[in-house]
Design a protein around this ligand. Structure first.
Ligand SMILES: NC(=O)c1ccc[n+]([C@@H]2O[C@H](COP(=O)([O-])OP(=O)(O)OC[C@H]3O[C@@H](n4cnc5c(N)ncnc54)[C@H](OP(=O)(O)O)[C@@H]3O)[C@@H](O)[C@H]2O)c1
Length: 246
């Protein structure tokens, strides 16, 4: 799977922010159809109005496994799944709410990924392999004290992403791990990052480029590229290496 052109994709959290931008850019570069997942399908109306039947709304709440199972039954022709939906709580590690904040973030950001992967891996396999793309973060590599629990959840989702890469390779499915820095969405605003945030379209552009190049790690924006420069050797020689080889 090296291109979005003429392919059928699915994006979770597609109604706003980075997810909406992924839907729009995938359509722009020639995706045949994009399933748009959201907790409230009415919130997808603007995308459907703009793109007609190339956008297919799907109820998908990452906290409700039955909605993911139903979506997988409907979207049985999907070839590229982008698990974008996520949440961020602004909590420092010693705050009274830190544990409940992390529990909620683990549910969406980590167990949500696992639910999506478990539901869609067999479909991707039966459609020739395809790709599973996970929205991780620069916070997967570096913890930020102002949103410490979010950082912990994104480190955990990155860890699961790495194991999914190995497991999905066996069935010919590519795994991509996307690590944006601050991107101009509601989430960045809630974290107080709007002044340094960069445009959302950088994320789908980097995903499209990584599908073409074969990259596993995807670093879309300035802060992400700064981290990538320092991280590259570890990424290549440890994360992407097979250390269990005899
Ligand atoms: N913005 C950044 O600076 C940044 C940087 C690095 C990584 N990321 C990651 O990129 C992804 C998208 O972020 P964003 O900035 O676009 O966030 P956002 O503007 O806050 O949008 C979050 C999206 O996720 C959906 N969502 C939240 N909980 C959900 C659940 N339980 N089930 C299904 N959908 C759910 C939201 O749906 P509702 O509209 O129903 O709430 C919304 O569509 C996230 O995984 C985030 O962690 C963002």
């Amino acid at each position: 799977m090296n291109s979005v052109k003429d392919r059928v994709a699915l994006v979770t959290g597609a109604n706003r922010g980075i997810g909406k931008s992924i839907v729009e850019e995938f359509l722009r570069v020639g995706a045949r159809k994009v399933y748009a997942g959201a907790r409230d399908v009415k919130s997808l109306d603007p995308l459907v109005s703009a793109h007609g039947d190339r956008v297919v709304p799907l109820l998908m709440d990452l906290n409700r496994p039955e909605t993911i199972a139903a979506a997988a039954e409907n979207a049985d022709d999907v070839e590229i799944v982008v698990n974008n939906a996520g949440m961020l709580n602004v909590e420092r590690p010693l705050s009274a709410n830190a544990i409940s904040a992390l529990q909620a973030e683990m549910d969406v950001n980590v167990y949500g990924l696992m639910r999506v992967a478990q539901a869609f891996a067999p479909i991707l396999k039966s459609n020739g392999g395809g790709a599973l793309v996970q929205l991780n973060s620069v916070a997967s590599m570096k913890s930020f004290a102002g949103f410490a629990t979010y950082s912990a959840s994104k480190a955990a989702s990155y860890s699961i992403t790495q194991s999914l890469r190995d497991v999905l390779k066996e069935q010919g499915t590519r795994m991509l791990s996307v690590h944006p820095g601050p991107i101009a969405t509601d989430m960045a605003q809630s974290a107080g990052l709007d002044e340094i945030a960069e445009p959302a379209v950088l994320v789908p552009q980097a995903i499209v480029a990584a599908l073409a190049s074969g990259a596993f790690h995807v670093f879309p924006d300035s802060m992400a590229k700064q981290i990538a420069e320092a991280y590259q050797s570890f990424a290549t020689n440890i994360v992407e290496a097979d250390l269990m080889e005899a």
